[in-house]
Design a protein around this ligand. Structure first.
Ligand SMILES: Cc1cc2nc3c(=O)[nH]c(=O)nc-3n(C[C@H](O)[C@H](O)[C@H](O)COP(=O)(O)OP(=O)(O)OC[C@H]3O[C@@H](n4cnc5c(N)ncnc54)[C@H](O)[C@@H]3O)c2cc1C
Length: 209
């Protein structure tokens, strides 16, 4: 859930971006900036999300984003015996974690050790703050069908909530193939863009000669 954000993102991006030329902004500036990869104006806009009911698997994928600021609940301090887990045998959030966690907690009073035995499907929550440049980057990676379904849905929800408040930002949230004009994930075959390999060994540019 989007809980906090920069009040006027588009105005701020425009104000920040136009200092470099001293000219007033033309229509569609934010899309041209994103297309050119001039992302620093987007870094001035911040969003804070409270992300709940995600598995530790997905939270681990989210904490890999080094430009985000994250606070996640601790398995050392929080008692997970009243929590749920999303594990394959059951297919959805299950109460079975309760008995399992109680067993672990009674086997060891040490929560440091106990957490080693909790499933990676245990549900967790976190606050996640990032700037708009990072959210666009995350969308490029995680709206792609090569990303796992759970994180794809989480990121889709984050982007949708931002787009609901600021509809002009919606076109910025696209999988990477849309930005680069081709699919570079041979195994995906989702049909959004045709796969095309980039042959970096081809001597197209001779800039270093
Ligand atoms: C489909 C998919 C499969 C994946 N599979 C694996 C896997 O099997 N194993 C695994 O370990 N990870 C895996 N990852 C995670 C991936 O490698 C990244 O760690 C994660 O997606 C975060 O991306 P990032 O580093 O670009 O993001 P951020 O950390 O947010 O960084 C954003 C950008 O900032 C720049 N940047 C940040 N830090 C540095 C730095 N130190 N030096 C230079 N530039 C920097 C880079 O341009 C980077 O793209 C997978 C990701 C995806 C989407």
């Amino acid at each position: 859930m989007l809980i906090s954000h920069t009040p006027n993102p588009i105005e701020l991006i425009t104000q920040v971006a136009t200092i470099s030329t001293g000219k007033s902004a033309k229509k569609g500036l934010i899309y041209r900036l994103a297309d050119m990869g001039h992302m620093t104006p987007f870094e001035h806009v911040s969003f804070t999300f409270k992300i709940t009911d995600i598995t530790r698997k997905t939270s681990h994928q989210l904490v890999r984003y080094r430009h985000a600021s994250i606070v996640q609940e601790s398995m050392r301090y929080v008692d997970f015996s009243d929590r749920q887990a999303r594990i394959p045998e059951i297919g959805k959030a299950s109460q079975k974690l309760k008995e399992y966690a109680q067993e672990i907690y009674s086997a060891t009073a040490n929560k440091d050790e106990a957490r080693n035995a909790l499933p990676i499907g245990t549900l967790t929550q976190m606050y996640f703050t990032c700037n708009l440049a990072e959210l666009i980057h995350i969308a490029k990676q995680r709206l792609c069908m090569s990303a796992e379904r759970e994180i794809r849905n989480v990121v889709k929800k984050m982007c949708s909530e931002v787009a609901q408040k600021f509809p002009e930002l919606e076109p910025l949230f696209q999988p990477k193939c849309v930005y680069i004009g081709r699919c570079n994930e041979p195994q995906v075959k989702c049909g959004i863009m045709p796969y095309k390999e980039l042959n970096l060994k081809q001597k197209v540019y001779k800039l270093l000669k």
